[in-house]
Design a protein. Structure first.
Length: 427
């Protein structure tokens, strides 16, 4: 039988599963819910921002590059309301006007409250707040070839990994995709982490992008989604997300808690690394608990978020891409660590700032999860590894009656570019 016929037969079999194997409850699970992002009726008294304004301007400028490439009439869902891409774009231009002309963040509040709609991620029934975690860009020792010291590969995307668009088979599955492979006449889920790491399912296929010294480095690179590989000659190679095997993400931290290896008070990226390093007999079982697997590619201008723009330390956040509008302007409040000269966390302090929804992640599901990008410094690693605090998340867009006029957009962007070229912000 030809390869084409085998594929047709496999997809017909999948169609039977989709149409007759799914009950109504399963079908409804694919539908995106729009509640729990509410327009707030009261004005926020202040919009304090703890970072340099230049980093905010840079993040928005990158965001505008994303929005400019889209159809101006594309719709974005903001809670119960819809706005066009053009409205989102003009809204962020107007916001740039406010922060450029008013250097003191305390002067922003009146103009923002007058001109912008503010939505809060909030559970009015359970009083649930948003849980903030952090991520960073690790720098990891690597080799371009396998040897006695470097024997743990990271892989490129395999050619037999297929993204299957389910909406082509059933309208109710609009926007849903699964990652599969074809074996004979059947469509199968792609190899799990256990099959790839321990079963060597991809070995010998020339997919190795580089080799790492430590399997724990590999798992944290997978969790972060991007990083920089440092070779013996000092060269740095940025790598980032290319594809996933489509398996569900499961937290290895949660596994260690469930097994009693670590307590809830202890858990952090640093304590997970320490436990796995000191207990190598628990390594395979722990890593295999998370069947999700990431494939990488070289990304010279990375790290990039899910809107394909470079993310900005302290300003880019990852939210659930099915629930929050991509590229949305946000305002967040949470806690950040205070670090002493020995690089130890001595306390946590409140902070608030503007941020942009420029990324997503396998563990970031629901209205009450947010992941803050910290960069690639020592502080970034420590903060990202320990942040697990509740906070507040707001999404902002200009009121339709107060949208910016198109004639001012080129002038505003020109002045912003001049400001950035004169500032010392470098990300």
């Amino acid at each position: 039988m030809s390869g084409r016929k085998r594929l047709i037969g496999a997809f017909l079999g999948l169609l039977m599963i989709i149409f007759y194997g799914c009950n109504s409850k399963q079908e409804n699970a694919f539908k995106v819910k729009k509640e729990n992002l509410y327009p707030i009726q009261h004005a926020l008294s202040i919009f304090d921002d703890d970072l340099e304004v230049s980093s905010l301007i840079l993040a928005i400028e990158r965001n505008l590059d994303y929005l400019e490439k889209l159809d101006p009439q594309r719709l974005f869902q903001y809670g119960p309301h819809q706005f066009t891409c053009q409205q989102v774009f003009e809204s962020q231009i107007a916001f740039l006007q406010i922060i450029s002309l008013n250097k003191n963040p305390r002067a922003w509040a009146e103009k923002i409250n007058n001109q912008f709609l503010v939505y809060e991620a909030y559970d009015s029934v359970n009083r649930k707040k948003v849980l903030f975690t952090g991520y960073y860009e690790p720098i990891i020792s690597a080799s371009m070839s396998k040897n006695a010291d470097f024997k743990y590969p990271i892989y490129r995307k395999p050619k037999d990994l297929i993204r299957l668009n389910l909406s082509k088979f059933k309208a109710s599955l609009s926007g849903e995709n699964i990652m599969v492979m074809v074996e004979g006449k059947t469509v199968q889920p792609y190899y799990s982490r256990e099959k790839i790491d321990q079963g060597k399912a991809l070995e010998g296929r020339g997919l190795e992008l580089a080799w790492l010294r430590d399997p724990i480095d590999a798992i944290f690179l997978h969790i972060q989604g991007s990083g920089r590989l440092r070779f013996s000659d000092g060269r740095l190679m940025p790598v980032g997300y290319s594809a996933t095997n489509g398996r569900p993400y499961r937290s290895i931290g949660r596994y260690l808690l469930k097994k009693g290896y670590l307590s809830k008070a202890q858990i952090s990226m640093q304590t997970i690394r320490k436990f796995l390093s000191e207990n190598p007999m628990r390594l395979n079982e722990t890593l295999s608990y998370n069947p999700s697997y990431i494939f990488f590619q070289v990304k010279q201008n990375g790290p990039l978020g899910n809107i394909n723009v470079r993310i900005t330390p302290g300003r880019s956040i990852a939210l659930d891409s099915k629930l929050f509008p991509k590229g949305a302007l946000c305002f967040i409040s949470c806690k950040k660590p205070i670090i002493n000269k020995d690089q130890e966390i001595t306390d946590w302090t409140d902070f608030s700032r503007f941020a942009l929804n420029q990324d997503t992640g396998g563990a970031i599901k629901g209205y009450y999860r947010a992941d803050l990008f910290f960069g690639n410094s020592a502080y970034a690693e420590l903060a990202a590894g320990n942040l697990k605090h509740e906070g507040k998340l707001y999404v902002l867009i200009k009121k339709p009656s107060a949208q910016a006029s198109n004639e001012y957009i080129p002038t505003i962007r020109k002045s912003i570019n001049r400001y950035l070229s004169q500032s010392d912000v470098k990300f």
